[in-house]
Design a protein around this ligand. Structure first.
Ligand SMILES: Nc1ncnc2c1ncn2[C@@H]1O[C@H](COP(=O)(O)OP(=O)(O)OP(=O)(O)O)[C@@H](O)[C@H]1O
Ligand SMILES: [Mg+2]
Length: 311
């Protein structure tokens, strides 16, 4: 990613009912079609969203990025890897009937619990506050990842809401992904924890691609200052420079959309936050092929997942 800040332009507000309140539904059939219509041997670009500290906006931004990509016609699956909280689906509406608990209990296949979000986005729900999902053992993870193989083929983007902290689960999700967007904000603990998270990974893989997405700022200048200060510390102590992914302004439309369980890029596409996120998505996956970073996985995500354990 290039290091320049992107301006978030605002446009005249328009009211859009497009996809508003679209219900999530079980998509067994569609998932089967997806898995069979895929081109063999192609792996999706896998991008994790993580933060050092909770409440920085990781889930809301990951979900809205997924929707923007899906709106462009990309086939997108988002995994709620935030196992302990399972809050992705809550951002979209009512809780699903089946979730990862049922998969881990062997009652459902992963493809059977997929939910459909706006524009054909597929969501793998984790379930809310389920203790056992926060502490998946090796066999549980293995089983889950094997089943991911069934749906992964034929998907352009697999986004993972890895959640906060530096638990084994979060670190494994990051290491298994092609790259990670670290969502952070101007708050000492958020910055310290983001540093700690990247440090653990970079010490094991010095070239791992992290990109910082600075949330809840007033403007580009403030975001750049926050990026610069965190990047300087990483450079000084680890010799590592993270990418600058961009920023999202603090915007009441985001808070409102979370309350209303309608993603802000759909409910308020004209909002400053939606403009920022569109700029970020354009940087992440430029419409004109050949621009920006396009890291193509050599191996499917599920095969890489368990290959690394933090020491
Ligand atoms: N750009 C923004 N402008 C205004 N409010 C925001 C913005 N980003 C996030 N928020 C607010 O922050 C809240 C927390 O966001 P979110 O649930 O995505 O955080 P999280 O990092 O996933 O937290 P958790 O650790 O609990 O999973 C949202 O409900 C929303 O109200
Ligand atoms: Mg979250």
């Amino acid at each position: 990613m290039n290091l320049s800040a992107l301006p978030c332009r605002t446009e005249t507000p328009t009211t859009s009912n497009e996809n508003k309140g679209e219900t999530i539904m079980n998509l067994e059939e569609e998932a089967r079609m997806l898995s069979t219509s895929s081109a063999p041997g192609t792996a999706p670009r896998t991008i994790a969203f993580a933060s050092g500290k909770g409440g920085t906006g990781t889930s809301v931004l990951a979900l809205n990025v997924a929707i923007l990509l899906a709106k462009r016609g990309e086939r997108v699956v988002i995994l709620d890897g935030n196992f302990g909280l399972g809050n992705l689906n809550q951002l979209l509406g009512p809780s699903p009937r089946y979730d990862l608990r049922h998969v881990l209990a062997g009652e459902r296949r992963l493809r059977d619990i997929l939910l459909r979000g706006p524009h054909g986005l597929l969501i793998i729900p984790a379930g809310s506050g389920v203790a056992e999902l926060a502490n998946l053992d090796e066999s549980g993870r293995e089983m889950l990842l094997e089943q991911l193989e069934e749906i992964e083929q034929g998907v352009d983007f697999l986004l993972i809401d890895a959640g906060a902290g530096i638990s084994d689960t979060v670190l494994n999700l990051i290491m298994a992904s092609d790259e990670t967007i670290v969502v952070t904000r101007q708050e000492p603990t958020a910055l310290t924890n983001a540093y700690a998270l990247m440090k653990v990974i970079v010490q094991h893989r010095p070239t791992y691609p992290f990109h910082l997405l600075i949330n809840l700022v007033k403007n580009a200048a403030q975001a750049q200052l926050i990026y610069d200060s965190l990047a300087q510390i990483l450079i000084k102590f680890l010799g590592y420079r993270p990418g600058y992914a961009g920023f999202v302004v603090g915007d009441a439309n985001v808070r409102r959309s979370v309350m209303r369980q309608v993603p802000f890029v759909l409910e308020a596409p004209w909002s400053p936050a939606a403009k920022c996120l569109s700029a970020f998505v354009e940087k992440l996956a430029p419409r004109k092929k050949g621009l920006g970073i396009k890291s193509q996985s050599a191996r499917p995500w599920w095969k890489r997942k368990l290959s690394w354990r933090p020491k």
